[in-house]
Design a protein around this ligand. Structure first.
Ligand code: GLU
Length: 290
């Protein structure tokens, strides 16, 4: 049984870019006669805006995209994430880390190899073999024994990453007690029985880390499909950070047609503008079961 999901972070309203991922995951679930679940990824409370979950759910409802089960909230699932972290510590995959950002920068400077990725320093492994009497601040996954590996994306094809080298021992639980996205998403995808992850291409780079975590936790790996990004006028990915406009809930067909065009599904003018039946028309157009 196919189970897909859309997992927005309530840091801003949905925009044309997030709708592409939402629509693709919904269509894929419908095309496979599967279920489609919405998960609110509010694990990082410092980035979430109060009430934004409701706005996102209303935007989805206005587009006819309804979760097949009541939405799950990551903020209510900390015990599950802690359980997974405990399991990783016991199995020797995760370890506590006492380093501040400054400690990491200094250690890298001393070793003469300042390695960074997306502006984040690659952890030099200082606490990998013990805290040396210091207090634990965060928890990390030990990636060092992991050989580089391939995974398949349904749209992008063969993908390759050396997590140990390119990413390093990444954070599972932060110094402020917040669980990291990587851990939360892996625990939730498994707990919800997700068979297919369909999400934006900007997240492709997280997949190898998530597969490593699935293996360490002895969880199944779903299939992955990363959808095309919508670019803004400046040629950058449309995002909440660079001020993408919220979807106009009064114009659901226009929004869906735009997303469909990005997905290469249809000509924009192909859809009728009649609202009461528009979801059914839409499904017929793509030969999908209602
Ligand atoms: N919460 C993430 C976001 O809004 C999506 C995570 C995922 O689909 O795995 O960017």
């Amino acid at each position: 049984m196919y189970i897909g999901r859309f997992a927005p972070s309530p840091t801003g309203p949905l925009h044309a870019g997030s709708l592409v991922a939402a629509l693709a995951s919904w269509l894929d679930a419908r095309a496979h006669s599967g279920k489609w679940l919405v998960r609110i990824e509010d694990v990082d409370s410092t980035r979430c805006l109060p009430g934004m979950d409701q706005i996102i759910l209303q935007q989805l409802a206005a587009l006819g995209l309804h979760s097949d089960q009541p939405p799950v909230y990551q903020s209510q699932r900390a015990p599950l994430y802690q359980q997974a972290l405990d399991q990783l510590v016991v199995s020797g995959h995760a370890y506590p880390c006492a380093c501040s950002r400054r400690d990491i920068a200094l250690a890298l400077q001393h070793s003469g190899q300042v390695k960074a990725r997306h502006d984040a320093l690659i952890y030099p492994g200082t606490c990998r073999h013990g805290l040396n009497g210091k207090l634990a601040r965060a928890w990390r996954l030990n990636t060092q024994a992991q050989p580089p590996f391939h995974w398949q994306d349904r749209r992008l094809g063969d993908q390759w990453q050396d997590v140990a080298l390119d990413v390093g021992d990444f954070i599972l639980k932060r110094a402020d007690g917040c669980f990291a996205y990587q851990l939360a998403v892996v625990v939730d995808d498994a707990a919800q029985g997700i068979t297919d992850v369909v999400r934006g291409q900007d997240l492709t780079d997280n997949t190898a880390r998530q597969i490593l975590l699935q293996r360490a936790l002895l969880l199944p790996t779903p299939r992955y499909l990363h959808t095309p990004l919508v670019l803004g006028p400046n040629g950058e990915k449309l995002s909440k950070q660079n001020g993408a406009q919220a979807l106009d809930s009064q114009q659901p067909l226009a929004a869906l047609n735009h997303a469909a065009a990005v997905l290469g599904l249809a000509e924009q003018h192909a859809l009728a503008d009649a609202l009461p039946n528009w979801v059914v028309q839409w499904l017929c157009l793509y030969n999908l079961p209602p």
